[in-house]
Write a protein that binds this ligand. Structure first.
Ligand code: FAD
Length: 290
């Protein structure tokens, strides 16, 4: 089923996972997926390395299995910056061969040691290319606080409009910890004439090192309430995990009460945390379905 259609039925609830590192056995992810399956997400998306790593074959294989073996719709992430058009044709052919029809089309982060190939400059270039190539459902990424490279948040939304005009049929947001940023962003998208569904990206924080890594990568603001929570529990891993789960649940309840199109949970492959959150918000999500 194409993901776009899912939004017709009310609030979408989805998960994101990543393939295990090359040094870990790929089977570890299937144990996680067994548990995630029981939580009945609308879809599960699988990340894909921008550097053209051989682990990307694992991403395709995992996305295939999610759909074929677990009976859940899957979305493959697809960063383009380090691929030529010919290489992209090969990847798209592989997706078709594996029955994968939903793509989160991305530019990918620029990796200092890898000079970008010149065929795709922005995610919108990839979207235009995929649309000509085949019948895929295409999503794009969006940034409630602005993309880390952008000089201003208004231009960022105007660039996002180009991505939607190129053919992105729904959007998945970067993680954020302050819902007000997301609501302001939604207002800017409306002003810009962006009318596709937008899922809110929620990352439950479970350790201090995770927050530091995430904030340096994506620049998400930390509201005082959140920072206080981290300070209070940073030396008590179990308490920090539980506080992080509670914080994510609180964000989701507020977002669903404000009629967001969907919640995309960055699970970090942690089935326990995904289960606690899913169980807590299950009836809330259900009551938002038509
Ligand atoms: P773009 O939409 O191309 O935007 C990149 C920058 O260029 C922005 O600053 C934008 O404002 C600007 N821009 C866009 N179009 C134009 C234009 N026409 N003219 C001028 N400026 C323009 N990365 C991975 O490598 N693998 C993953 O699996 C992955 N999954 C992700 C999932 C989500 C939900 C999100 C939010 C991000 C993910 N990323 C992933 C990270 C993403 O690749 C980076 O954030 C990357 O830096 C930007 O990708 P993009 O597709 O948003 O780029």
């Amino acid at each position: 089923m194409k993901i776009k259609k899912m939004f017709d039925k009310g609030t979408v609830f989805s998960f994101e996972i990543f393939p295990p590192k090359k040094t870990s056995p790929v089977d570890t992810i299937y144990k996680t997926l067994e548990e995630l399956k029981g939580l009945s997400p609308d879809f599960i998306s699988v990340t894909f390395g921008a550097g053209g790593s051989s682990n990307n074959n694992a991403s395709i294989e995992i996305a295939r299995k999610i759909k074929q073996d677990y009976g859940i719709e899957s979305v493959i992430h697809l960063p383009c910056i380090n691929y030529t058009k010919d290489e992209m044709v090969d990847i798209l052919g592989e997706l078709i061969d594996n029955g994968i029809t939903n793509i989160l089309a991305l530019r990918g982060d620029i990796i200092p040691d890898i000079p970008p190939k010149q065929d795709f400059r922005y995610a919108s270039d990839l979207i235009t290319f995929i649309k000509k190539y085949g019948d895929f459902d295409i999503a794009g990424a969006c940034y409630p606080e602005g993309h880390i490279e952008t000089e201003n948040i208004v231009n960022d939304v105007l660039n996002l409009k180009k991505k939607v005009d190129a053919g992105a049929e729904h959007l998945i947001s970067q993680l954020f910890f302050d819902n007000d940023y997301f609501y302001s962003f939604l207002e800017r998208t409306q002003i810009a004439g962006i009318d596709v569904p937008i899922e809110a990206g929620i990352m439950p924080v479970t350790s201090k090192s995770q927050i530091e890594r995430m904030v340096s990568m994506c620049g998400a603001s930390l509201p005082p309430k959140f920072s206080k929570m981290i300070q209070k529990y940073e030396h008590s891993p179990e308490a920090l995990r539980d506080a992080g789960i509670a914080y994510a649940i609180d964000q989701i309840v507020d977002l669903v009460s404000n009629n967001v199109d969907g919640i995309h949970l960055y699970t970090m492959n942690n089935a326990y945390v995904a289960r606690r959150i899913s169980e807590a918000v299950e009836s809330i999500i259900r009551s938002s379905k038509k």
